[in-house]
Design a binder for this molecule. Structure first.
Ligand code: VGL
Ligand code: ZN
Length: 198
């Protein structure tokens, strides 16, 4: 059994003061940094969008941020502009111990499709390559932490479970956006998928 820690999107734009700030997002840093010292395989994900990304409300005429639109791959929340490639908002929070990471995986870089999950884009089929990395390092068990519980953490956890990994989400090292009940829905879905929530 080999365990990996996957740290989801601990970036400036998801922390207080950022473009898509998650309440208390930076409060998880001490716990995340402590966990980074304890796992043999450590991966960071980085939301990494081009300026013309289809998930930005600003690229849909007068659509309001946090409204929902329909993409060829299904419904898509339209977000404020966030995590633009190379921007300060896309950088990891300065308090995150990035030096401890073995791998940084970027996602959401294709203009026409969003990618909440660390494993697949929002079509649930275009892979990011993370599965292959973990399998070649003989990882069987995953622990997920980061931002946001109800979007990128939950989608990553659900895909990981579907791929056959044993998955734990450490909720004390996650924070949620909680849009129209999305946190409760994500927790219910993760439990139903056999994911351990602690
Ligand atoms: C995320 C919305 C848009 C996340 C990323 O990291 O949970 N949420 N992009
Ligand atoms: Zn994003």
């Amino acid at each position: 059994m080999t365990e990996a820690l996957i740290v989801i999107d601990v970036q400036n734009d998801f922390c207080p003061g950022g473009a898509l700030a998650v309440a208390d997002g930076d409060a998880i840093l001490p716990e995340v940094n402590a966990l980074l010292r304890h796992y043999p395989v450590r991966v960071l994900t980085q939301d990494w969008h081009p300026a013309d990304h289809a998930s930005f409300a600003a690229n849909h005429g007068d659509a309001a941020p946090f409204s929902v639109t329909h993409m060829p791959y299904g419904p898509q929340v339209l977000w404020p502009v966030h995590c633009v490639q190379g921007s300060q908002g896309a950088a990891f929070h300065p308090g995150l111990d990035c030096d401890a990471a073995d791998l940084v995986i970027r996602k959401g870089f294709r203009p026409a499709i969003d990618s909440y999950s660390a494993f697949f884009e929002n079509d649930r089929s275009t892979p990011t390559g993370l599965e292959g990395y973990l399998r070649t390092r003989e990882v069987t068990d995953l622990v997920l932490v980061g931002l946001a519980t109800d979007f990128c953490v939950a989608y990553s956890a659900l895909d990981a479970a579907r791929l056959g990994f044993a998955v734990t989400v450490r909720l004390n090292a996650c924070r949620a956006i909680d849009l129209n009940g999305s946190l409760q829905a994500a927790l219910d879905q993760m439990r139903a998928a056999g994911i351990t929530l602690i």
